[in-house]
Write a protein that binds this ligand. Sequence first.
Ligand code: ZN
Length: 233
Amino acid sequence: MQAKIFHQSSWARSSRGTPIEMYKKTHSRDGKATAPILFVGGVHGDEPEGVRLAQEFLKWLSEAESKSPEAILHSWILVPCLNVDGYLRNLRTNDNGVDLNRNFPARDWSPEAKAPRYYPGPQPSSELETQALVDLIKIEKPRLIVHFHSWEPCVVYTGHNGKNASEIIAGNSGYTVHEDIGYPTPGSLGQYGWLEHQIPVVCIEEKEHIRLDLVWLNFESGLKKLMTTDFET
Ligand SMILES: [Zn+2]
């Protein structure tokens, strides 16, 4: 008898007090819980492609967990939309005008922003959304973090041992895999996961403004494969 997916409709709250959802399922091997993969959508509120991808992925996970849970090899945690307020208002930043992907307490966090939409906040981890994810990472110690964005299509990883997972995820999407996005991202989730915890972080950049019903088709096979095969990190 498989345990149900654990769901918290108010796992955390945004700086405006809006509830943030979280889903989680633990899988064991040889009687021992495996380290989870953490998936996060909606870090940037104006990238609906990433939220849609997270939602579609959750739909598939829910179905797979009820029909053939033995096929899923990895424990997982999914936050479909971290920046709930930005998402509701189609803004990159949260309600305080902070770019959450520059607000993580990585050692390279910088108070400078190249433009207002990249405002990193008054100090690292100043935002409740960031704090919630930081606490989750410290408690759950994921083996891999994957976050869903949209921009120029690519799959980017931070931490050399994220290469395998990135290639699996890119699958047949035709999107290229890079180790570096090509510009500095101080205080990003990638920098935080890798520099502070040595957890490889994969950033899926779906094509900006792509039709939302196409995002799952692009990553369906890659994400399914990630969950159903063994891979090294
Ligand atoms: Zn983004």
